[in-house]
Design a protein around this ligand. Structure first.
Ligand SMILES: [Zn+2]
Length: 319
């Protein structure tokens, strides 16, 4: 996942401190992340749009996007409980005939892999042994020593490099691992990023990320006067543009849930009519990913936040 805009997934509350609107973080490391539930919810909506646009499901299934409206409204709108969207992403109905079911797809949280920081020599993308290991890249003897960094070819002639305000000595003779997955960004971005990767020790990664987040100041507009409201200046933090994150997408086989084409005969009358295959589910979920590039994810998408590209980089797991 590559951030085309800053990404703001808010914690939903206000905090007294440096910024007003804070973002979601991993509790153990304090590193910002995108919760899997946000990716799943957004994916559900976009997969529905895409399937309707392509005529794969009926227009009335627009109610299957987002949260189930029928919970509060008894007029029987909301999740149908039968279409490929409901079966893929799950549904919960009070109606006994339909019942509820967990979805076939599972989204992990999106974790930062490479995070952009400005240096005196232009941008660097930082990571750490821990972040790399989460993504299944092992460094072994190339791990940076305490308070030192391991750098890509662009910075290898230097003896030290500043990451924001922090200047750290460069360790020579240690190499970066290969980042084959970056090929999906296209040759130009891949070349630029690969040569500018910097590995920092785990003890510093959270501090460097948190002191280089994007902080934007906005003003609330008074709808009556059309001018800024008095005292309505607020700041929001965000994961900056060009951050690279990864998440896992797991898909259960519809056959195990009795939705599959193989289990056609076991269908109970009136309960489950739509037959789907693993490939159908994968294509419906991935089909929705294109809208992340235009409509975005998270808060303040109307203020130029949230657009990301999503590329599949693993055979058995999408990252
Ligand atoms: Zn449905």
């Amino acid at each position: 996942m590559f951030a085309l805009d800053p990404i703001h997934i808010g914690t939903g509350g206000y905090q007294i401190g440096r910024v007003d609107n804070t973002i979601v973080r991993e509790p153990s490391t304090n590193i910002p992340k995108i919760p899997g539930s946000s990716i799943a919810g957004t994916s559900r909506t976009y997969a529905t749009y895409k399937a309707i646009n392509e005529g794969k499901i009926d227009k009335k299934n627009i109610d299957c996007a987002g949260q189930d409206k029928a919970v509060s409204d008894k007029k029987e709108r909301g999740h149908c409980g039968d279409c490929i969207i409901c079966k893929s992403f799950g549904f919960s109905k009070n109606d006994e005939k339909i019942g509820s079911s967990q979805g076939l797809v599972y989204f992990s949280d999106a974790h930062i892999l490479l995070f952009p920081v400005s240096t005196r020599l232009g941008p660097a993308w930082i990571t750490s042994p821990m972040l790399l290991e989460d993504f299944d890249i092992q460094l072994e003897e190339n791990e940076p020593s305490d308070d030192c960094i391991v750098v890509g070819s662009e910075f290898s002639k230097e003896s030290s490099l500043n990451l924001g305000w922090l200047n750290l000595p460069i360790e020579n003779g240690k190499e970066l691992p290969s980042f084959d997955h970056l090929a999906s960004l296209g040759p130009k971005k891949n070349k630029l990023l690969s040569s500018r990767i910097v590995i920092v020790p785990d003890s510093l990664i959270s501090q460097i990320i948190n002191s280089n987040l994007e902080v934007r100041t906005s003003v609330s507009i008074d709808p009556v006067t059309g001018a800024g409201k008095d005292g309505a200046l607020f700041t929001s933090e965000a994961i900056p543009r060009s951050t690279i994150l990864w998440f896992e997408l797991g898909i259960n086989d519809p056959d195990y849930f009795g939705y599959g084409k193989k289990s056609e005969n076991s269908s109970e009358e009136g309960k489950s009519n739509t037959r789907i295959s693993l490939l159908d589910v994968k294509s419906i979920v991935k089909g929705g990913f294109c809208y992340f590039e235009t409509l975005g994810i998270g808060g303040m998408v109307t203020r130029g936040f949230g657009r990301v590209t999503i590329e599949e980089v693993g055979e058995n797991d999408s990252k």
